[in-house]
Design a protein around this ligand. Sequence first.
Ligand SMILES: [Zn+2]
Length: 60
Amino acid sequence: MPTKGPIHHGKRVHIRCRRCGRRAYHIRNKACAACGYGATARIRKLANNRKPLQRNRRIH
Ligand SMILES: [Zn+2]
C-alpha cells in the first residue's frame, strides 16, 4: 500500500449502529453514543432530535 498516513490503524472505535444508523456504536463499550443502543433499552431521543441521520457522510 502506498503511503496514506496513519488514519485508523485498522482499528475502529465506532461502527454503524443498527438502531440509529449512525456510526456511533462503540465497539469496546458496546453502546451507541448517539442513541444509547446497548447501554439502555430506551432510545436517547435527545440525541435523535439534535442531529439528523448523517447518511450523506461515509459510513463504514
Ligand atoms: Zn445508535
